[in-house]
Design a protein around this ligand. Structure first.
Ligand code: PRP
Length: 179
């Protein structure tokens, strides 16, 4: 275990198993369609690449980069777009893939922005959901796990840009961010 990690919350095996379950759910709903899977950079990249490999239907992918945290541990409520989608989404079934929904501001901003482009549908798939911190009203369609109010890192999730490459999700030691 990495020295900054207090405890492993979800091991590689647990992540793999849950992602298979999520993929089966999504496959049931989208079989015969050709949705556009949108990865929200950077946190969702590991989840996204593991998830789409388990999906048993034809799909397209695109990427968008949104930022709300800066380098802190708390959402600022300020959301900005760093990179837009490459392609058009009009008439498409869009599935937004996130690593974590926290305050919900990012997803609220994004669903409003993308809805205005007239897609056939928009759904949200997140690996982690932190409902205790919700401030913006949004509904998650597919979720991997619920987490409490701990600071989690690994499997795409960072603290100040680090620890995204840990293969598991762990709780960050308080001493790391309470300096
Ligand atoms: C994180 C995460 C979500 C967002 C969730 O992204 O990936 O996009 O914050 O927080 P919210 O529900 O409070 O809006 P971050 O801005 O840290 O960018 P990153 O994915 O590049 O690390």
């Amino acid at each position: 275990m990495h020295e900054v990690v207090e405890k492993i919350l979800f091991s590689e095996d647990q992540l793999r198993e849950r992602i298979k379950g999520l993929a089966a759910e999504i496959t049931r709903d989208y079989k015969g369609r050709r949705p556009l899977m949108v990865a929200i950079l950077k946190g969702s990249v590991l989840f996204f690449s593991d998830l789409i490999r388990e999906l048993d239907f034809n799909l397209e992918i695109d990427f968008m980069s949104i930022s709300s945290y800066g380098n802190g541990v708390k959402s600022s409520g300020e959301v900005k777009m760093i990179k837009d989608l490459d392609g058009k989404i009009e008439g498409k079934d869009v599935i937004i893939v996130e690593d974590i929904v926290d305050s919900g501001y990012t997803m609220k901003y994004l669903t409003q922005l993308l809805s205005a482009r007239n897609p056939a549908s928009i759904k949200i798939c997140t690996l982690l959901d932190k409902p205790s911190r919700r401030e913006a009203e949004i509904s998650v369609d597919y979720k991997g796990f619920e987490v409490g109010n701990e600071f989690v890192v690994g499997y795409g999730l960072d603290y100040a840009g680090s620890y995204r490459n840990l293969p598991y999700i762990g709780i960050l030691k308080r001493s790391v961010y309470e300096k």
